[in-house]
Design a protein around this ligand. Structure first.
Ligand code: ADP
Length: 496
């Protein structure tokens, strides 16, 4: 076929999108719908699965209806860990989607930690005991939705992360499957033995019957139902958003790092085929599995990155558009010792304080909106530096280059400050839609548009490169201020 196209579904925390790519990664068409988040109680974050599905479907059909020659394959990428439980017969969700940021199960996680389960869990899943992952969210639904546990025990319910729910819907209930990267974020999947772990299922009190089949990232996931999307297109690739970005950034060699700055910030380093749990509170996770061959990544997950900018926009009304943050930040020469620790949904790696709250420190009568905005952008670099420190302490070598992406990299000030603080070059790729491209490219391999991962790597090209310019002494002084601010939060949480 001449000029085959690939369709990516990119279901993120803040929006659902469909993106049509050419075989060299050019965006031909894109449709997007913002997704509503609900905060029914303090620390709770939910979405309506019906919105996730109908928005995704509409985005896809808007693209497909305009096309004569349909895409040759569909790839799916998604916000990870977000948990949906639905009825196998009707497809009706039994509860809202519990979003990855939700902290309602923090107490249960603390209890399990006190009982000494954390190390076993880390050894099997690479994860830490935190409400972030799906396991305690699933248990919460089963224990709190009337009749849900009985229905689950009777085999009537299905669990899935968003990828799995969308696949079910796209195939009209034919396929209940996920991929290894999404499975690796549930805290129920043993990433060493690559299977659902019965001891963990027992620990979290979750019946096996809820779980989907786990496939490679490049696989035959099914075919879109023609009554659903108006065409039968093979679904050939799937990966959680951060792993899809790693793939879209072509980080296939051990030691290569990508860092994505969207709602949260996620830095992943490819560590090759050998599982190694972190000793410094990072996560070990599946990077990808192709032809049954697994590659692991070490991951630093920061819960709040762009969400802090959103809060300045929506919560404080500092500006109408996130893009205005750059002009405000550069209207002052520094943050005037203002530090913004954006722990709105707790602190993730490497601190893992689920109950920490956000803090702005160092305000004086001279402080202005500009200083606070600048501090929010600078926080992205400090948080990344915290992660790099933990990666180094784990014995990982520090890369010379980080490949960065996500909505925030449009902010040149943020990128330059990042390069300055890390002392590492920051490369931003030409294909800025790396997450969606990763999913599309995986599907492309499945249908033969690409011959394999190396072929995907060849499609990567740098657009901008930010080189470090700041003096080490200044960097150290700024970072010491951050450490002091973040230290206050972690100490408070420990009750010191
Ligand atoms: P996600 O995939 O997690 O939904 P995106 O990668 O689309 O997120 O990034 C969106 C985030 O980036 C939002 O939180 C927004 O506030 C932030 N953002 C987008 N553009 C800019 C900008 N120019 N400067 C600062 N923040 C930005």
């Amino acid at each position: 076929m001449s000029n085959p196209t690939l369709l990516a579904i990119d279901q993120g925390t803040t929006s659902s999108r469909a993106i049509l790519f050419s075989q060299i990664g050019e965006v031909i068409d894109v449709r997007q719908k913002e997704l509503q988040l609900y905060f029914p109680h303090k620390g709770w974050v939910e979405q309506r699965p019906e919105d996730i599905w109908s928005d995704t479907r509409n985005c896809c059909t808007q693209i497909l209806n305009n096309m004569e020659q349909k895409p040759v394959a569909v790839g799916i990428t998604n916000q990870r860990e977000t948990t949906i439980v639905w009825d196998r017969k009707t497809g009706e969700p039994v509860y809202n989607a519990i979003v990855w940021q939700d902290r309602r199960t923090a107490e249960q996680c603390n209890t399990l930690k006190k009982q000494g389960h954390e190390q076993t869990i880390a050894n099997k899943t690479g994860l830490l005991l935190d409400p972030y992952f799906s396991a305690t969210k699933i248990a919460w639904i089963l224990d709190n939705v009337p009749n849900a546990r009985a229905r689950a025990d009777a085999g009537e319910l299905a669990f899935g992360t968003v990828d799995c729910y969308l696949l079910w819907k796209l195939t009209n209930g034919e396929v209940h499957a996920t991929d290894t990267t999404n499975a690796s974020r549930t805290m129920l999947y043993n990433i060493v033995e690559q299977r659902w772990d019965e001891a963990l299922l027992a620990l979290f009190n979750i019946p096996y019957s809820l779980l989907p089949e786990v496939k490679d990232n490049i696989a035959s996931f099914g075919v879109t139902d023609k009554h659903i999307l108006g065409a039968e297109i093979p679904i050939g690739g799937m990966a959680g958003d951060q792993q899809a970005a790693l793939i879209g950034q072509g980080c296939f060699k051990p030691g290569m790092v990508k860092s994505t700055y969207g709602t949260g910030c996620f830095a992943l380093m490819n560590i090759g085929p050998v599982f190694k749990p972190s000793q410094h509170r990072l996560l070990t996770t599946v990077a990808y599995r192709v032809d049954g061959q697994i590659t692991y990544a070490v991951e630093g997950s920061i819960f709040t990155a762009g969400a802090a900018i959103q809060w300045l926009r929506d919560g404080l009304g500092f500006f109408d558009d996130a893009r205005e943050s750059e002009a405000l930040a550069t209207s002052v020469s520094d943050s005037n010792e203002v530090y913004f620790v954006p722990a709105f949904t707790g602190l993730g790696a490497p601190y893992w304080c689920p109950d920490a709250k956000a803090m702005i420190m160092g305000l004086s009568r001279e402080s202005t909106q500009a200083h606070i905005v600048r501090a929010a952008l600078e926080a992205q670099a400090y948080q990344t530096l915290d992660l790099m420190g933990a990666m180094q302490a784990d014995g990982g070598h520090i890369p010379d280059i980080i490949r960065a992406d996500g909505g925030l990299v449009a902010n040149k000030f943020m990128c330059q400050f990042l390069a300055d603080m890390l002392g590492i070059s920051i490369e931003v790729p030409k294909v800025t839609e790396t997450t969606a491209w990763g999913a599309a490219a995986l599907a492309g391999v499945q249908v033969g548009v690409f011959s394999g991962l190396e072929d995907i790597a060849k499609s990567w090209e740098a657009d901008k490169c930010y080189k470090p310019q700041m003096k080490a002494s200044k960097r150290d002084r700024l970072y010491a201020g951050w450490k002091k601010a973040v230290g206050m939060l972690t100490k408070e949480e420990r009750g010191q």
